[in-house]
Design a protein around this ligand. Sequence first.
Ligand SMILES: NC(=O)N[C@@H](CC(=O)O)C(=O)O
Ligand SMILES: [Zn+2]
Ligand SMILES: [Zn+2]
Length: 347
Amino acid sequence: MSQILTITRPDDWHLHLRDGNVLNETIASSARSFGRAIIMPNLVPPVTDAGLASQYKARIAEQIPESSGFQPLMTLYLTDKTTRETILTAHNRGDVTALKLYPAGATTNSDSGVTDLENIHDALEAMAECGLPLLVHGEVTDANIDIFDREKVFIDRHLVKLVERYPTLKIIMEHITTADAAQFVSEGGENLGATITAHHLLYNRNHMLVGGIKPHYYCLPILKRNLHQQALLDAAVSGNRRFFLGTDSAPHAVGAKESSCGCAGCYTAPAAIELYAEAFENMGALDKLEAFASFNGPDFYGLPRNQDTITLVKEDWTMPESIAFGDNRVKPLRAGETITWRLKTQP
Ligand SMILES: NC(=O)N[C@@H](CC(=O)O)C(=O)O
Ligand SMILES: [Zn+2]
Ligand SMILES: [Zn+2]
């Protein structure tokens, strides 16, 4: 008899669905297992106000498989020009769940991001007032700061002050990658949370760089050394309710990754919950997966937990080498390799 694991349906608190003719693929992959997902706004041009968010939501809704109850939770992209009114309108229209801070230049499609946190002071105050959380890509962009140190320097220079200055603002440090971030969040107050990706739990920079450079492991924040990976695993299984699942599944067409200037982002949605199960199993902590994947996120956001369940079976299958992606192909993480848990599809 294979091992079976049934948990409350999980949610994905950090997801890139992209737009246009790839939505059918990205949405189907996530809707297999997740009930809700926080939809990242880094489109070109970015989703900067409630009107753009509801148009994007409608394009997503068209592609949600009929049998699925998948709910996209929309976010807005903060810029230097985001006003208090932008926030209040978003709150009043009710279609926006959170706002995303990309330091300008930090990652994929972040050129319109924030150049100085002072520029969004009014927006942050308005968010604190109306209870809209701030999601942070926490990396500095200074050319003289080493790419492996950018998360820690962001915490020291900016996050410490943000948390102090806006004590009632809910802040989620997205896709944490360092022991420093895990420690900062675990020592923080009830309004500070963090998402952790499956790939940062399963991999470190050796996987990306030893024996040849492997572009499909390249994401931002970049994979760190193994002691950081271990700290993330410890945080994920710690039982601390402010750590929760966010895949940061971020597909790019295969040619855009296998290039002399390859894009950052790993496409993990085709096996996301299965990969988290592997990571938790490696830690001997499968009993901690449900809280991390299905309880901590909605509890932090003040949303109800999902009512239904999913079932995972301990059974090998092989991830396809590539998947249709609009007019292109996308290589998922683990392409052509074995995945050791399988999602049981509902009868
Ligand atoms: N994580 C990534 O490496 N890439 C993301 C952007 C992001 O989440 O920083 C993307 O949109 O491709
Ligand atoms: Zn990011
Ligand atoms: Zn992301």
